[in-house]
Design a protein. Structure first.
Length: 75
């Protein structure tokens, strides 16, 4: 969660590959998969968001990354 939150902060201003390496993913494919799985958005979709929407997404994931249980899906 922490890596994903850090990646979300950087994804709008740097390449996916650069962000992946900076936050500790082995490849851009791994980062792409993590973002898609945890947020429901691809890096392209995140970049296409308005600055306000992207900022909100970052804030939500920063809060979730700080919680003890992280993100849990409920059924």
């Amino acid at each position: 969660m922490v890596r994903t939150a850090a990646a979300l902060e950087q994804i709008r201003t740097a390449s996916v590959e650069a962000v992946a390496m900076a936050v500790g993913y082995r490849s851009k494919k791994d980062l792409y998969r993590a973002l898609r799985q945890l947020t429901g958005f691809t890096p392209r979709a995140i970049r296409a968001m308005s600055p306000e929407a992207a900022r909100d997404l970052v804030e939500i994931w920063q809060l979730k990354a700080r919680t003890a249980g992280g993100v849990r899906k409920t059924i």
